[in-house]
Structure formats: structure tokens, C-alpha cells
Design a protein around this ligand. Structure first.
Ligand SMILES: [Zn+2]
Ligand SMILES: [Zn+2]
Length: 388
């Protein structure tokens, strides 16, 4: 039975010594294996994972490797478990932890910075200078679960208490997995200055971050909020999440449409979530002079950018990584206050053992899948659950 020294457990939540965990072999190869249940150290807890959402970044990692970095290199054939957008129940406390209690439901953010570098001290722990230095003699205590340390496609994982977000009982497991996605959108708006009440915002690209970017911008009081994209079904969800206008870029020039919808002027902020090769250039023509652009997605290849236009118009570009500055806590506050319904982007749930099927749905957008969730318990193996 699991009883590591110095770790608090409870008979109400018995913990086995080993668990089922998906392990990455070569690119695209996942197999379900037995692994030892990890042990929390100081300032860490053990989380029983109740649900985990699949992110486009998981697909990047599983098929291509980056941005995961395991022991300073690609994540393949290193007994690495991917997955990072999970929620669950605290079931064991590392030495000295009293900030959370056993049995508490939580969701997680990804990055536990080292806590000692310049960026961590500024709250920018997703840009930790000791990123990935969590092994051997250079263990700086950094964790980015599913990127530099084992992640959530398994039954239990260790988390630093700084990565936990308490959630209310009324919030479903599936909704709780979306807090970190909303947190990423919130972080983008924070980095732009955060003062978006009454300001005009365009979100380009209705993926999960774009759609929740619309929701968060609206909840923060932005007006108008304009969403651009190519898929009408996703643009419709954008309207339900608070977009004032949507533009299908296949039917209309998005730069002209944005100006028309904003009284002939450029907007104050663009959150670029499409990753389209011309995304930066289009965003730079959507903002007004002095406007700000948050880059939350990127194309695979390097692309030409019209720098002269950016300089002449005093346009500001912000690259954001993840969900720093406790943005997940602010996103969770909006969600628990029901300021928007993030579950509109959740489309499918599968049992943990059907992860390959779930990945197929997410990757190939089967049945218009957006956010696909896997659960270790409570979903019958024979049936996928399509969300309403
Ligand atoms: Zn993600
Ligand atoms: Zn750091």
C-alpha cells in the first residue's frame, strides 16, 4: 500500500502503489503501461486525475516532440506520459502542505516555475529561466506537467500547490478541465494590459483558446468583440460565448469586415489564435495606430512580416506562453460565477483506456470535435459520450 515517508494520506482515498499510465514511445506511439504512483515532495500534492482534456499541443508533442523537453531532449522513448489539461481530487499531501486538504476537488495549471529566477519572481513562471531543468544535478524544482515532467494521461500525478485551483462542487469535471484554456486567454489579455472594458477586441481563429478568448474578453467588458474564422459551426459557438460579430474569412475580407463592424476604425486589440501564415500581417491591419496584438498561436514555418507597417503605426506585439500570473484563478472566478459557459466547447468524452480514439477525434475533428475529454472513471468503456 502507498505510504511514503512524510506524506499524508487518508483511508477515505486509498492509493495503490502502481497505476495505469499512457506512455509515449516513438512519434505517435502510445501504450498503456503500469507505472509507480508518484510521490509528492515539499509544496506538492498527489492528485487523483478525474478528467483530462486533449489540447492541440498534446498532439504536437505526441507526433512531433516540441514543445515537450524531457531531460533536455525530445520526449520519445523516455517512459514519458503526456497530457496537461487535467483536474481531479487531492489524495495525498507532501511534507508541510496545509494549503489544500485531502478530498478537495481542484483543477491545475501547467507550469510550476522554479520560483527563484527573475521571471518567476515577476509572476511570469511560464517563461521560467530554469524551464526543463528538473533532472539530475540541475534539479531546479521546475515542473511543466506533460511538457518537462510526466503529465495527466494516467491515474495520478504530482502537482506543486502553486499550480492548483480550487473549484466549486457545482463545476463538472469536464468544465474544470477547461479552466486552464480560459486561463491562457486571460493571460493574453493580462499581458495586453487587461484594461479592455469598452475597448474593441478581435479574436482570430475559433479554436478552444480563441473561443474562450471571446468569452473572457466579453466578461471583462470589451466592446465590440469580433471573432474571425473559417468554420460557421465554430463561429456560431463564438456568438453564444459573447462575440458581438463574427466574420467568416472565406466569405469576406477580414480586415475590411473588422473596420466596417468597428465604425470604420481599427480595433484596440487583436488576439491572434489562428496561427495562419498571414495572421500577424492581418492582425496589424486590423488594429488601430498604437494598438496591441497578442500572439497565442503560430504557423509551423517562419513567415514574412511587414515590420514597416508595425513600426510606423506604433503597434505592439506580445508573444504569450501558457497561463502565467495566476490567470487560471481569474478565469476560474468567471466560470464559477457563470459569466460564460465554457462547456459549449466540450464535445466528446471517452474513457482513459480509449485515449487513442479520443486523440483521433481531436486530431481529425471527427463529428466537429472541439474539446475532447478522457476520464479514468465514470465513463463506460463501450460508449463514448457526445456532449449536448
Ligand atoms: Zn493545452
Ligand atoms: Zn523560474
Amino acid at each position: 500500500m502507498y505510504a511514503p515517508q512524510g506524506v499524508k494520506t487518508s483511508p477515505k482515498f486509498p492509493i495503490p502503489d502502481t497505476m495505469k499510465a499512457w506512455v509515449l514511445g516513438g512519434p505517435g506511439e502510445l501504450s498503456l503501461k503500469d507505472k509507480a504512483v508518484p510521490v509528492p515532495k515539499r509544496a506538492e500534492v498527489l492528485v487523483r486525475i478525474d478528467a483530462v482534456a486533449i489540447c492541440a499541443t498534446d498532439l504536437e508533442i505526441i507526433y512531433h516532440g516540441p514543445p515537450a523537453s524531457i531531460q533536455g531532449g525530445p520526449p520519445f522513448n523516455k517512459n514519458f506520459t503526456p497530457g496537461h489539461e487535467y483536474m481531479g481530487t487531492v489524495v495525498a499531501l507532501g511534507p508541510g502542505v496545509d494549503e489544500y486538504r485531502i478530498g478537495q476537488r481542484i483543477t491545475v495549471e501547467i507550469h510550476a516555475g522554479c520560483g527563484q529566477c527573475k521571471r518567476c519572481r515577476e509572476g511570469m513562471y511560464t517563461a521560467c529561466h530554469n524551464y526543463g531543468l528538473n533532472y539530475g544535478d540541475v534539479d531546479k524544482g521546475h515542473r511543466a506537467n506533460g511538457f518537462t515532467t510526466d503529465g495527466g494521461f494516467c491515474e495520478y500525478q504530482v502537482n506543486n500547490i502553486n499550480t492548483l485551483v480550487a473549484i466549486p462542487d457545482e463545476m463538472s469535471d469536464e468544465e474544470a478541465t477547461l479552466v486552464v484554456t480560459a486561463g491562457t486567454a486571460m493571460y493574453g489579455l493580462t499581458e495586453l494590459g487587461g484594461l479592455v472594458a469598452g475597448e474593441s477586441v478581435v479574436v482570430t481563429g475559433p479554436g478552444p483558446i480563441g473561443l474562450l478568448g471571446v468569452a473572457v474578453a466579453k466578461a471583462l467588458g470589451a466592446q465590440p468583440v469580433i471573432l474571425t474564422g473559417t468554420r460557421d459551426n465554430r463561429l456560431k459557438i463564438g456568438l453564444e460565448l459573447g462575440a458581438d460579430f463574427v466574420v467568416n474569412v472565406k466569405k469576406e475580407d477580414p480586415v475590411e469586415a473588422v473596420r466596417r463592424l468597428n465604425g470604420g476604425k481599427g480595433v484596440d486589440y487583436v488576439i491572434e489564435c489562428s496561427g495562419a501564415p498571414n495572421g500577424v500581417n492581418e492582425a496589424a491591419r486590423m488594429v488601430n495606430r498604437g494598438g496591441k496584438i497578442c500572439l497565442a498561436a503560430f504557423p509551423h514555418e517562419a513567415v514574412p512580416v511587414d515590420i514597416a507597417h508595425i513600426v510606423r503605426n506604433n503597434i505592439n506585439l506580445y508573444g504569450i506562453r501558457g497561463e502565467g500570473k495566476s490567470a487560471t484563478h481569474r478565469a476560474e472566478a468567471f466560470m464559477s460565477q457563470k459569466r460564460f459557459d465554457a462547456t459549449k466547447i466540450h464535445t466528446h468524452t471517452f474513457p482513459l483506456e480509449d485515449l487513442p480514439t479520443a486523440i483521433h477525434y481531436a486530431k481529425d475533428r471527427v463529428e466537429d470535435a472541439i474539446k475532447v475529454v478522457v476520464k479514468a472513471r465514470g465513463v463506460s468503456a463501450a460508449h463514448k459520450v457526445a456532449a449536448e
